[in-house]
Structures are given as C-alpha cells and as structure tokens.
Design a protein around this ligand. Structure first.
Ligand code: ADP
Ligand code: MG
Length: 386
C-alpha cells in the first residue's frame, strides 16, 4: 500500500525523524492561514501518489501568505502529470504547506527489501534531488549500499560508514547517523517495503531533515498497523483494482487488450506468457483463486468486461479443486446477466470438463472454445486486434 508524503512524514516524525514544519490543506484559504502561521516563506506541495511533482509543476515556492494562497489555488484541482503518473496525470485534491528551508545540499536515502539478498538494503547517495533515476542508470558507483542482517538490525557502524561515504562531517555527520538509524527503525517497525527520502536536506546551518518522504507498506502486514491501513486513499488506486480487492480477487491492471480470467496465480502467469508468445498483450492479471465459486466467476467477469481496454478475453480454468461444470454455469449466468460485449475464448480442463463444455454449448451464447492453452491464445489474440 502506498501513502501520501504528508502521511509518511507524520509516521516518520513519530519515530524521531526530523521533518520540516507543515500542515495539509484542501483549500487555498487554509493554505493562507498555514503560511501565516509557519511562514512567511513556504513551499506548496501537491499530494499525489507519484514522484516527480517538482518537475511537473506540483511543488511551488511562495514568499508571502498571499502568494501561498495563489499557488495553492493553482495546484488544488490541477491535473498533475509527472513521469510517474503516466500521460493521463493525477487530480490534486490535497496540498502540503511546509516551511521553505534553505538548501545547502540535497542527498538521497532509500531503504527497500533486496529480494535477491533476502535482506533490507539502505542506499545513500550524495547526488539527491530530482534526478536519482539518472544517477542510478549512469553513475551507479555514486550510490552506496549497506545490507542489513534482519537478526541484528542496522548497526551504528553501518550508518557511520554511509554518512562518511556521503562526505559529511562534524555535527552534520552526527545528525545524519541518527537520521539513518531512526529512519531504519521506522521502516522496520511499520513493516514498510520502501522508505525513501529524496531529497535528504542539509541546511545552511548543517542540519539534516527529510524534505520529501515516500513510504510503501507490505499489504500482508497491514493487519498489524490499523492506523496505517486507515491512511489508504482509494482515489489514488486503479478503480477496478479496488473493486477486485473487495471481492477478494487478485487483480492487476496491465497495458494490453486481452483480458484474462484464470484460477490460480501460476496458471495466470502461464496464461499471460502464452498470450505474449502468441503476439498479444494481456490487459490484466486476474486470479479468481483455486476454489473459485460461481459468485467469484461472476464478479471477475464483471471486472473483465467493464475494462474499456479489453477487446477480447480468455478464460482459462483448470478444474482441480473446482469442477468445470460449476465454472461453466457461473460463466453462462454472468454472460446472461451482464451484457457480454466482447469475444470470449474459453478453455476448460479437469474435473467434469465434458459436462462443462456441454453447458457452454447448450447455452447458445457465442463463446469460442479451445482445448489447449496454445489454441486458446492463438484464437484470442487475433480477436483482440480486430
Ligand atoms: P518530488 O520528488 O515529487 O519532485 P519533492 O518533495 O522532492 O517532490 O520536491 C521537489 C524539490 O522541491 C526538492 O528537491 C526541493 O529542492 C524542493 N523542496 C521541496 N520541499 C521543500 C521545502 N520545504 N523547502 C525548500 N525546498 C523544498
Ligand atoms: Mg522528491
């Protein structure tokens, strides 16, 4: 799960990470009040679940409360397009009004789980700011890494090593070491999958603060953090994915035009592979679960046909725990109830497959049937490109 910058900052602050003074607003008038309180110089920052806001015009400096109000008026309601939002952009509803700090240097700190090393990794770079992707691609040697043994945690010597590699000295060095350790503590305690501070600010006085903050969390651990779960902003998520999660379906929207409905994650992956192998592009990953019910088939069906990008769909069900006749009944019912407006290729295999196929045939509905995955993929791909 992702959260907004202001939410990440408030969580981090509870663990002792230093952040600028600031408050959220949803109106320009509120922005004026906040700027009067903490200003006069403030930065008005669009709150959306995507980075690159600065370059997209979603982060603006204001020298007076009047200017803050003006900037807030421009940013609230704007459709912010950044390299992370895609060309359709994201509507800004909330802003963070924050004291404008004087920037001596912008550094980078990120903590993620390194799957290959099976451990968290703390990354640091002196080349922070708005172009860290470029640094990672062109000069990866400027990004320093410390892998964390989960049993011992992030050890102070590792934090000192990173602060030293960042070229810090004196009081700034000490503050950076403390910053790194508290950031890790927050990452670990909240079951985060990512904690990124870009930029980490060094002020003219040598103080160290988080100027930006991004945190993602492991969905499976959210039961342990009801307060974080409460920060979920459904407006930032793909509407069909939100609907699917309400039905307990594993659904991820993708870029192609061949919709897939499959039981079991492994079969879903294989189905996506064979669609691509046949020259198509899957429009989604949709796993209805091993023991799929008629109800789940119907819900999944609904999601498939309401995605405007889906031009044809492939239903690939293996009747292991579930019986093919039950699935066939679910498909027929759903197709009758919801208007079936796209060509659909169905491949059933396993328990009661003959009965399942007969139910589909007897329904009189215009399904295309296939007996192997390869045949199904080769049928659905041309149908999607018509
Ligand atoms: P994004 O990463 O989405 O572009 P940031 O929060 O990193 O957004 O802001 C972009 C840039 O704006 C920062 O690199 C920094 O230079 C400047 N900035 C952000 N917040 C402040 C602040 N409170 N005071 C001064 N400058 C800021
Ligand atoms: Mg940033």
């Amino acid at each position: 799960m992702k959260i907004h910058e202001y939410q990440a900052k408030s969580i981090l602050n509870q663990y002792g990470v230093r952040i600028p003074r600031g408050e959220v607003a949803e109106t320009a008038e509120k922005a004026y009040e906040i700027a009067k309180d903490i200003g006069p110089k403030v930065v008005v920052k669009a709150q959306i679940h995507a980075g690159g806001r600065g370059k997209g015009g979603g982060v603006k400096l204001a020298n007076t409360p009047e200017e803050a109000q003006e900037r807030a008026r421009e940013i609230i309601g704007m459709n912010l397009v950044t390299h992370q939002t895609g060309p359709e952009g994201k509507l800004v509803k909330t802003i963070l009004v924050e004291e404008a700090l004087d920037i001596a240097k912008e550094l980078y700190i990120g903590i993620v789980i390194d799957r290959a090393k099976e451990a968290p990794v703390v990354m640091a770079s002196s080349e922070g700011g708005m172009e860290i992707e470029k640094v990672a691609a062109e000069t990866p040697e400027l990004i320093f890494k410390e892998y964390i043994n989960p049993a011992t945690g992030f050890l102070p010597f590792q934090a000192r090593k990173l602060a030293f590699q960042l070229g810090l000295e004196g009081n700034t060095f000490k503050q950076a070491v403390k910053f790194l350790l508290t950031l890790y503590k927050a990452f670990e305690s909240t079951d985060a999958s990512l904690a990124e501070i870009n930029p980490l600010l060094i002020t003219g006085q040598g103080d160290v603060l988080a100027l930006d903050a991004k945190m993602n969390f492991d969905d499976n651990a959210l039961v342990r953090h009801p307060n974080i779960k409460g920060m979920r902003d459904l407006d930032e998520e793909e509407p069909l994915e939100v609907e699917a999660s309400e039905f307990d379906l594993n659904y991820i929207k993708l870029d192609g035009n061949v919709g897939c409905m499959v039981n079991g994650a492994g079969l879903a992956m294989a189905t996506m592979d064979i669609i691509m192998y046949s020259g198509g592009m899957p429009a989604n990953f949709l796993d209805v679960g091993g023991g799929v019910s008629e109800e789940a088939v119907k819900n999944a069906f609904k999601i498939l046909i309401s995605d405007k990008d889906v031009k044809a769909a492939l239903i690939n069900i293996f009747g292991g725990i579930v019986r093919c006749d039950l699935v066939a009944n679910g498909i027929v019912k759903a197709a009758r109830e919801l208007e079936l407006n796209i060509p659909m290729v169905i491949r059933l295999e396993g328990t009661n497959v003959e009965l399942g196929k007969k139910i589909l045939e007897d329904s009189g509905l215009a399904f295309f049937s296939a007996s192997s995955m390869k045949e199904a993929a080769e049928k659905v791909v041309p149908l999607a490109s018509q």
